[in-house]
Design a protein around this ligand. Sequence first.
Ligand code: FES
Ligand SMILES: [Fe+2]
Length: 418
Amino acid sequence: MLTHEDNELLTRVTGNAPMGQMMRRYWVPACLAEEVAEPDGTPVRTTILGERLVVFRDTDGTVAVIDERCPHRLASLALGRNEEGGIRCIYHGWKFNVAGTCVDMPTEPNEHGFRDRIKLKSYPTYEAGGMIWTYLGPEGSAPPFPLYDWMQLPRNQFATVKVGEITNYAQAIEGSIDSSHSWFLHQGILWDWKLRSQTSMDTSPKMEAQDTEYGFRYAAIRVPTNDPETTRYVRVTLFLVPFTAFIPRPMDRTKTAHVQIFVPIDDTRTMFYGIFFSQDGSPVDEAATRRTHHLVPGEDLDRNWFKLGTVENWFNQDREAMKNGDWTGIKGFTNQDMACQETMGPIVDRTQEHLGTSDIAIIRMRRRMLEAVTRFQNGDPLIGLDPSIDWSRVKSEQLIMPITQPWQSLGTPATQPA
Ligand code: FES
Ligand SMILES: [Fe+2]
């Protein structure tokens, strides 16, 4: 459990809330690249940390993230015309380029110089991993972009999904790094039962966590079906401050590995970005991935990428299917996760919960995030922003290993020894 004060510190991300201000010091996904694929295409609305923004790609192909509100009288620039090197507000025609400079103000006489005094807020962007990223921190303070290994794959070797949910970001992360739920909640989808019984039937893994330069990693350690005397089945999940999880890579390298990013829209809504990437160089079918996960835009998701299963329709839970052997009656593991998370309430009251030994990663995430925000408040160096971190070395793991070998010996340190 957390005290009410710590829960507020952990979860509040809008306005002057310290956690949100800290998150602004990290690169954050603004939208999928496919949403703004076309030069002069439709501008995209996005809200991050409570700030309303517009993403657009101009005539030259440059992507911009700008304040949604036109500085004139605050109409949405997402309604605007994206043409000839900028976005023009449809209300009175003021026009802005990707840098936020007002390049035309047809309603005002030129000689007053009013146009030169108007500036629209514009943030730096970076395109990688099928996403448009932005940096919302103070101008000139952006850290190097974290180029994870999967971002360096050809575009046809990874698939993205995007889903909005009505829950605070921390709750969403807690679902992601909660190893013990998957064999219950997701049984029948994620798990090939034959493979599972060949690997391990241990439902109460021993959990151990270790702090790292980017956040922490933890191991779920299970007694394996074969060689239980001499080996352990170990799944190592990574949590990267402030909102990213690297899920253990399948031992079967023909299966895709998975990364999850939870971007706070505001205090009570989160945009989830998932990446499924190839481990063996084979192509990953994005449309098929979205179908498999019941996350097809227009079918399972509304036009703002929010899922159609909500508290109001009780996630379309199918009780008949449950009678016939389906565990949850909810289709797709993301929908299952989000149903559990949303029913906790938009910001779960962490003074009321009862955490057990399987919740070690959740406890560690909260502690690490509270440490991160305290560092921010004290002006100390932030977790995961050390420029010497080699992000291509940061990897999750899943394997059967000798009982005598500590799991902490897995992988290489993220930073090169000096
Ligand atoms: S509100 Fe945009 S030009 Fe007037
Ligand atoms: Fe899950």
